[in-house]
Design a protein around this ligand. Structure first.
Ligand code: HEC
Ligand code: HEC
Length: 334
């Protein structure tokens, strides 16, 4: 379920961003790409562990890059097929979008791709074959990933059991196919992570490089974040899972200023705010595996952002909101 959701969100956010950004010459001359290098990331146990954590929890790569079983409640990832890819099953995509098999299978997966081909795809949006990737792959978020976290996730992917799973290629329709070439950008400077000892900085890093809280919780109009409303909620998600707007998670009275660290951890682990069960659109099944320290850091960061008064209440019927200009529960009280 989280998959459906994250994909939809990223679609809303990034597809529109790719189109509404200054277009320039990129659609005509091709995406900006740096040449590949022959670098190889040293395989260490620390990197394997860190990479697994990023892949399954922090960035939830596993959600998009694995087949799901729709016959089971919540459409979980098919066990044993992690990383072997899936055709994105949504209506309204501009063509066929396929999150590829990135397990080391040589015939159908990434077995023959180099470390740098993977690294460039993840942070810079250029596929192993030199093509601009459709920005549903969240590379514009991942470009903030530190060099060490990038190395870890590549080392982990290359250690996964190879899974043979043949998929068709991505085929994006005109004109998006050309417009999206303006989305990839090379990373040419070293990227380092802040000290883990500083909870606010560390939480900010986690939230803005890999965990996509802002993609869902910052209201967007036509793909652009509404100014001054970071993390203030209001994006509406509708589908087979029902209808829910993302919550205001800023430290305002209309947000989560009443939360303490313990309640936050409980919500992220269980998907329940005391007796109230959250919609499965909120991907707690992945975030639930984050460490206490990381959850505390994310909480510290969220408590440091600007409080925004914006009532979003999914227990009320949807009404027009003059702040975020969307239609969500409690909108008429803003
Ligand atoms: C929201 C869904 C989504 C998430 C989350 C996601 N991906 Fe992707 N990824 C995609 C899609 C879709 C493509 C293919 C885009 C295309 O073909 O244009 C892709 C492409 C890739 C590629 C490029 C393959 C190639 O052809 O070279 C790599 C590598 C990759 N993803 C790794 C990752 C890793 C590692 C993570 C987590 C850190 C991740 N992805 C998270 C959807 C996702
Ligand atoms: C795929 C979209 C999505 C992503 C990604 C996401 N959320 Fe949510 N979140 C939601 C939605 C939708 C709700 C409202 C669910 C409901 O009311 O049933 C929600 C609710 C919440 C709540 C409950 C607020 C309350 O008391 O009502 C918290 C806390 C929260 N999210 C924190 C986070 C954090 C922190 C992250 C990133 C680590 C995150 N979310 C990422 C969609 C998302």
């Amino acid at each position: 379920m989280g998959k459906l959701v994250s994909a939809l969100v990223v679609l809303i956010a990034l597809l529109a961003a790719a189109i509404s950004l200054t277009i320039g010459w990129r659609p005509f001359i091709g995406a900006e790409a740096r040449p590949l290098t022959s670098r190889q990331f040293e395989r260490t146990q620390a990197r394997l562990d860190r990479g697994r954590y990023i892949f399954h929890h922090l960035a939830a790569c596993v959600d998009c890059h694995s087949p799901h079983d729709p016959s089971k409640d919540g459409a979980p990832v098919v066990s044993g097929a992690e990383g072997s890819g899936e055709v994105m099953p949504f209506d309204g995509l501009p063509g066929r979008v396929v999150a590829p098999n990135i397990t080391p299978d040589t015939a159908t997966g990434a077995g023959t791709w180099s470390d740098d081909q993977l690294a460039r795809a993840i942070r810079e949006g250029i596929g192993h074959d030199g093509r601009a990737l459709f920005p549903m792959m969240p590379y514009s978020l991942y470009r903030n990933m530190s060099d060490e976290d990038l190395a870890s996730v590549v080392v982990y992917i290359r250690s996964m059991p190879p899974v043979a799973h043949q998929l068709p290629g991505t085929e994006i329709v005109f004109p998006v196919k050309y417009l999206m070439r303006s989305a990839p950008r090379p990373v040419t400077e070293p990227v380092s992570a802040p000290p883990t000892k500083d909870p606010i900085l560390w939480g900010r890093y986690l939230t803005t490089s890999m965990a996509s809280c802002g993609d869902c919780h910052t209201p967007r109009r036509h793909g652009e974040a509404v100014a001054g409303m970071d993390f203030a909620g209001g994006n509406v998600f509708s589908g087979e899972w029902g209808h829910a707007a993302s919550a205001n998670i800023t430290p305002d009275a209309s947000g989560i200023n009443y939360y303490d660290e313990a309640l936050f951890i409980q919500v992220m682990r269980t998907g329940k705010v005391r007796a109230r069960a959250l919609s499965p659109i909120m991907p707690y099944e992945f975030y639930g595996g984050l460490s206490d320290d990381d959850l505390k850091a994310i909480f510290a960061y969220l408590h440091s952002v600007k409080p925004v008064r914006h009532i979003v209440d999914n227990t009320e019927p949807p009404t027009n909101c003059r702040l975020c200009r969307m239609k969500h529960g409690g909108g008429d009280r803003n």
